[in-house]
Ligand binder design. Structure first.
Ligand code: PNS
Length: 160
């Protein structure tokens, strides 16, 4: 069975990596679906985000993880790939409220689409890409939130 793990991954955090590893143990294939969001200005380009994830999954030896892009509605991507299970991580109650809403929209838009949730590992439950971007913007130490490779990519991007 395959699963889609969608997100912006701007950038990939330790929380995302933990999710990908856990999903790769549970499913035959994990499709990491990186959102192409023209409206939302990302710090890392689509190609950079993809490269970071690619390097990470190679380093971690996750052979059953593939990376794809998607634009527009997630349900259309699910239809195109023929994978109708989507996984998201839940860090806090606020995530639940936000995610529940999206999951309900998605299941209404596409009959049979299921969203499953994994509880974040508590040690990563405060980490967000937006928090990492904020720290990086002011040249702070991001080493507790991202992998070494992502830290290097951040330092290159933010010139420090
Ligand atoms: O990493 P993020 O930014 O929290 O990921 C959010 C994402 C990409 C999963 C979500 O915004 C999404 O699926 N966007 C695509 C548009 C869509 O299908 N929205 C659902 C109906 S409201």
């Amino acid at each position: 069975m395959k699963v889609i793990y969608p997100g912006s991954f701007d950038p990939l955090t330790l929380g995302h990596i933990d999710m990908i590893k856990r999903l790769s143990n549970m499913f035959d294939e994990v499709i990491v679906a990186v959102l192409i969001n023209e409206n939302k200005k990302s710090v890392f380009t689509l190609e950079e985000r993809k490269e970071i994830i690619k390097k990470q999954i190679k380093n971690d030896g996750l052979d059953n993880v593939v990376i794809k892009y998607f634009d527009g509605l997630l349900v259309n991507f699910a239809k195109e790939t023929g994978v109708y299970t989507v996984a998201r991580g839940l860090r806090e109650v606020t995530d639940y409220e936000y995610e529940k809403n999206i999951a309900m929209f998605n299941s209404k838009l596409m009959n049979g689409l299921e969203t499953i949730f994994l509880l974040s590992d508590p040690k990563y439950s405060y980490i967000s890409s937006s928090g990492v971007r904020e720290v990086a913007k002011f040249h702070g130490d991001v080493s507790s939130f991202v992998s070494k490779d992502v830290e290097l990519a951040i330092k290159e991007k933010f010139n420090y």
